[in-house]
Design a protein around this ligand. Structure first.
Ligand code: 8YV
Length: 302
């Protein structure tokens, strides 16, 4: 069923909150599968795929409004070539994702999740944890989220290190041109860079070896950046000390090996998932769509 004039057709590609879905339903005719060729808008999450095949099936498509900041699933070049606008929800989720990165870092080092399980099982004598303060902390990717992590990480760090496309003269940290140099220089390495071909499996067995036996890996970015079997092997044989993971190679699947490890803290891709953050993200998705269909400048176009 389509209703092109009053309620443009919108393909709801990813799961969104009931509140956002209700607001979208006031403005659009929603399609959760088999979008009609009259589809003018797509709303999806940061990991959803909009590729040339989908773009080819939707000749009337005008805008892809992403509920998130990642756009590794979107073929941006193909969208641009077609004149399809792409928007994201930057800034409003930065603090929440950065908070979770620090939470995972602390939880791994202080064994918070393992101790919680022990107490629930009636235990009290548990293994000693590691001091979380006084570490050399490295951040891979110094965009909005990476910088917010750095601000929070600074009180825990003797040294802050980072890798970005270029050195940031206004940032008080040690620049490393590549992740191998970063991994060798830090005790905690936090991954905050975009997914996509350029970063696929950039954290491999060699990088984990460079991070070393006292090293902790935290990933709040995309599972695709990490060679997950290599990570499992590195955790199993003590090549690194632990990991805090909000993202995985094949979400929502999480390999069983990780679930058995007390030196690992697992989180179901919850970086932006606060009541406050999700409300602000939903509002920005709507603001982008409203602006587009009113012919106004888009608040957060890529
Ligand atoms: C969302 C994300 O969970 O911003 C991103 O790229 O991965 C997350 O904030 C995702 O977009 C689902 O809506």
């Amino acid at each position: 069923m389509t209703n092109e004039t009053a309620h443009p057709d919108l393909y709801l590609l990813g799961g969104v909150s009931p509140a956002l879905e209700a607001t979208l339903a006031e403005r659009f005719t929603l399609h959760r599968e088999d979008p009609p060729i009259t589809t003018r808008a797509i709303v999806g999450g940061g990991t959803n795929v909009v590729d040339t095949a989908l773009l080819g099936r939707l000749p009337a498509l005008e805008i892809v409004a992403i509920h998130g900041v990642g756009h590794d699933g979107i073929d941006l070049a193909a969208a641009r070539a077609r004149g399809v606008a792409v928007t994201t929800t930057p800034d409003v989720l930065t603090d929440d994702v950065a908070d979770l990165a620090i939470g995972l870092m602390l939880a791994v080092q202080r064994r918070i999740a393992a101790n919680d399980r022990a107490v629930r099982d009636g235990g009290w004598q548990v293994d000693l944890s590691r001091r979380a303060s006084g570490r050399r902390i490295g951040i891979f990717g110094l965009g909005r989220i990476g910088k917010a992590i750095a601000r929070r990480a600074a009180p825990f760090a003797t040294e802050l290190h980072y890798t970005a496309r270029s050195a940031k003269p206004d940032f008080a940290g040690v620049f490393h041109a590549d992740i191998a140099s970063l991994a060798a220089a830090c005790d905690v390495m936090i991954i905050a860079a975009p997914g996509g071909d350029a970063t696929s499996h950039i954290v491999d067995a060699g990088i984990l070896a460079a991070l070393g036996e006292d090293g902790i890996l935290v990933n709040i970015a995309r599972g695709s950046l990490v060679d997950q079997p290599a990570l499992v092997a590195a955790l199993e044989d003590g090549t690194i000390a632990g990991a805090g993971l909000d993202v995985f190679a094949d979400e929502p699947a999480v390999t069983d090996a990780l679930k058995t490890m007390d030196q690992v803290v697992l989180s179901p891709h919850q970086g932006s998932a606060t009541v406050d953050g999700r409300a602000a993200m939903a509002a920005l998705v709507i603001a982008n769509l409203d602006a587009h269909f009113a012919g106004r400048p888009l608040p957060s176009a890529l």
